[in-house]
Design a protein around this ligand. Structure first.
Ligand SMILES: [Zn+2]
Ligand SMILES: [Zn+2]
Length: 88
């Protein structure tokens, strides 16, 4: 849809760049999955711990950005992490 969507090369091949936090990338146990943007061309999510720090900071401060330590994955990886980390 949008012209400025970012694509990355992943183990799945070419995918749409999507953003998750370092905790979601590294944890094999569910850490929560809070989506901040559900635009399929610009997916973004972070975990409960990140949501907590974000709440404390009130904004995407330097402290939050360091804690969040965002990582870019493809949309297939994003879907996989979403399944793994969604708690309800
Ligand atoms: Zn996190
Ligand atoms: Zn991928």
């Amino acid at each position: 849809m949008s012209d400025n969507r970012l694509e990355i090369d992943c183990q799945h091949g070419r995918g749409i760049a999507s953003i998750i936090c370092i905790h979601q990338l590294n944890s094999v146990d569910p850490v929560g999955f809070i989506e901040n943007n559900t635009d399929p061309d610009d997916l973004q999510a972070w975990c409960y711990a990140c949501e907590y720090v974000y709440g404390q900071e009130g904004d995407r401060t330097e402290k939050f950005i360091k804690f969040n330590n965002m990582r870019i994955v493809c949309e297939k990886c994003y879907a996989k992490f979403k399944t793994l980390h969604s708690i309800d």
